[in-house]
Design a protein around this ligand. Structure first.
Ligand code: NAP
Length: 243
């Protein structure tokens, strides 16, 4: 089977290898936002040109795609909506790999949940102390009014860094000891995170609880309706076996 795998995540990288070993022909597609994705993962790099561009790509006889697996990040909302539209229009099977969020985390009720980064920035601005931002690189400008910030990003490609800010480029997974040491050593009083879910970056939430660091959590954007979902790589493999 020939599969278009929309990637850019750890699960996407894992799936690409597993699907190829299972004998599938896989075209992994990444947006090309990070150097790692561009160099290590992508067999196809860059956008399709919206939902219609993706529909054109999928219906091109030269592409010959039998199924699409959307293994993009839970916060990569646009590409998932485009995939839903394009696959529905072209009658192609689509599965979204959606790792469970942190809504059922033991400490979830202690956190301040907000709908978007704008609200998170307002909530963080009302608190005093030092903020650890773990929201990725793209939303950082929304937080520029904050004055005492450590912003951890997987990759820093340069850009404006407001006074009172420091950028920490580090890629997970992060373990509990390292997160405790970061929060305590940097005297963090507030952690701002998005509900990425999964285990790779969850240790910060336990460390924050232990150290009395408040948490502001950005809810996930809405997923496209009517798209089948699997919580993990095993679920994707089982779906493909049934096709
Ligand atoms: P997005 O807002 O959903 O996508 C913006 C545009 O980038 C899409 O409309 C599409 O362009 C292109 N694009 C996104 N993912 C693509 C893919 N896998 N293959 C080809 N084109 C893609 O996504 P984003 O938040 O900018 O994230 C970009 C990529 O980084 C995603 O693939 C995601 O898996 C990965 N990532 C995102 C986050 C995050 O927090 N957002 C975190 C980790 C990794 P066209 O409309 O031109 O097709």
């Amino acid at each position: 089977m020939r599969i278009l795998l929309l990637g850019g995540t750890a699960e996407g990288r894992e799936l690409a290898g597993l699907l190829a070993s299972a004998g599938h022909e896989v075209v992994t597609s990444v947006a090309g936002r990070t150097r790692e994705a561009r160099e290590a993962e992508g067999s196809r790099v860059g956008g399709f040109g919206g939902a219609s561009g993706l529909a054109d790509y999928l219906s091109d006889p030269a592409t010959r795609v039998d199924a699409v697996v959307d293994a993009t990040h839970p916060f990569a909302a646009q590409i998932s909506w485009h995939a839903a539209q394009a696959c529905a229009g072209g009658g192609l099977p689509l599965l979204r790999l959606s790792r469970p969020g942190w809504g059922s985390h033991p400490q979830a009720e202690e956190w301040t949940w907000v709908d978007d980064h704008r609200q998170a920035a307002v909530a963080a601005g009302l608190a005093s102390g030092r903020v650890l931002l773990t929201v990725g690189r793209q939303p950082l400008p929304t937080y520029h009014a904050l004055s005492d910030v450590l912003a951890r990003v997987a990759e820093w490609l340069g850009g404006p860094v407001p006074a009172g800010w420091r950028i920490l480029a580090a890629r997970g997974p992060f373990d509990l000891a390292a997160e405790r040491s970061l929060l305590a050593g940097e005297q963090i009083t507030l952690l701002v995170s998005k509900d990425s879910g999964g285990d790779q970056t969850a240790a910060k939430l336990v460390a924050a609880h232990e150290l009395g660091v408040a948490v502001v959590m950005v809810r996930r954007p809405a997923s496209p309706e009517g798209v089948l979902e699997a919580p993990d790589v095993a679920g994707v493999l089982a779906w493909l076996a049934r096709l």
